[in-house]
Write a protein that binds this ligand. Sequence first.
Ligand SMILES: [Mn+2]
Length: 284
Amino acid sequence: MDNLKKLKFVGFESNYPESEIVFIGIPFDGTSSYRAGSRFGPIFLREASDSIETYSIVQKKDLLDKRICDAGDMILPVGNTERALQEIETRISSILRDRKKVFSFGGEHLITLPVLKAFLDSYDDLFLIYIDAHADLRDEYLGERLSHATVLRRVCEILSGENIFHIGTRSGEKSEIEFGEENINFYPSFVLEKLKEVNERIPASVPVYLSVDLDVLDPSVAPGVGNPEPGGISFNSLLNCICMFGEKNIVGMDIVELSPHYDPSGVSAIVAAKLVREMILLFK
Ligand SMILES: [Mn+2]
C-alpha cells in the first residue's frame, strides 16, 4: 500500500499529532466580486507543488527537516459568509490550542479575518504584516461589511493600528488610502529602505502574523488571481522581502487569492507553491 499517492503538498509528510506546523486549505471565495475561483486554490497548489523541490537554495533549508502536516481543505458552507467565517475561526483555534503553528492557504483574502481572530485569542501583542496590491480598507463594499475588499478594515477593529504594517499597495479608493495613512503603518511601495524600516520597527520578541496576497506580484508573474493589478513586483523582490522578516518570531502565515483557472499555463500555482515553501521555512 506504500506506493499509493495522496494529494498533499510536497514534503508535508507528518501526521497531525507529531507535527509542529499545520498547513490547511481554506477554499472560500464567497465574496469575490470580480473573478471568483480562489476556492480552487489549495487543490491546484498541491498539484503544482509536485514540480518544486523540498529544498530551498536561498535559505539552505529543507521542508523534510520540519514536521509539517497537510491537514487537507476545510469543507465550508456555501452562501453563508458569517457561518463560513465562524467555522474557519473555530478550526484555527483548535489547531492553536494544540500548540501548533498554522499556515493557511485561501481562498480569498477575507479568510484572514477569522484566522486572525483565532490568533488574537492565543497571542498577546500580535503584529500583522499584510502584503497586498490592494488596500482592503473599505468600510463596506457592494453594501457588505464582510468582503475581500474590507478585510483589513475589519481587522483594524480587533487589532491596534500600531501593530498593523501594510506593504505594497498600488490600488485603492481615496478614502481607504487616507484611512490607511492615518490609522495603520502604511508602506505603499517596495523600496528596500522602507522595508528595512518596517523590519526595525517590529520588535524581535513579539509574535508576528504574515499575510500575503498573491496579487502583490505583477500579473505577468502570477496572472491567476482574483483581481490582477498591473505594476506589481517580481518574485525575487517578494522573496527578499519575506526572507528579511525571517528573523522575526513568526507564528502564523497565509497566502490568499490564487485563482488557478485564470492561468491556463499553470505557472501561478507553481509560483504560489514556491512561495509556500519559502514562507513555511521561515517558521523557527
Ligand atoms: Mn487582498
